[in-house]
Design a protein around this ligand. Structure first.
Ligand SMILES: [Fe+2]
Ligand SMILES: [Fe+2]
Length: 164
């Protein structure tokens, strides 16, 4: 995902909306991965996390709806293509794919909250605060299942490279 260059130029509403569109594409990706992985995880070993992932799928759908509503509020048409979905047959790799996706989503929502506040879009900032809280809960669930630290800045293990 392209990161916004740090710059002193004030953010525009167009940039904010473009960011929300990318956020929506990431939510679609999350729904798809959680739908698949909740069924494909070896439930003998990962019983608890598999049912957690099913809950995540529902929550990601709520997030997608919330973001689409905000995009509509700005008069834009919500995107319909998910961000690149990562699949794996291997239990740990599935969990890492989800964890990395949550790390990325949280980074982006932090940035989006700053942009929304900068533009005085406080209702949007509040909606995003709710989402980021749930994404952090997802991050904790996945990291606990993998036995690693949830906060990526404090996490020593990096997991497999993308696409494995
Ligand atoms: Fe989400
Ligand atoms: Fe999530």
């Amino acid at each position: 995902m392209a990161k916004q260059e740090p710059s002193s130029a004030p953010v525009t509403r167009e940039q904010l909306v473009a960011g929300l569109q990318a956020d929506l594409a990431r939510e679609y990706k999350a729904i798809i991965q959680y739908v698949i992985f909740s069924q494909k995880l070896d439930t003998a070993r990962f019983q608890n996390i598999a049912s957690e992932l099913e809950k995540h799928a529902h929550e990601e759908l709520d997030h997608a709806l919330a973001i689409a509503r905000q995009i509509d509020y700005f008069g834009a048409y919500p995107v319909h293509v998910p961000a690149t979905v990562e699949v794996s047959e291997e239990n740990e790799n599935m969990l890492w794919a989800d964890l990395h996706a949550e790390d990325d989503t949280i980074d982006n929502y932090r940035q989006r909250i700053k942009q929304a506040e900068e533009l005085g879009e406080y209702a949007l900032a509040e909606v995003l605060q709710e989402l980021i809280k749930q994404e952090q809960d997802h991050q904790i669930d996945l990291a606990s299942a993998l036995g690693v630290v949830p906060n990526p800045k404090m996490r020593k293990e990096k997991g497999p490279k993308k696409g494995k």
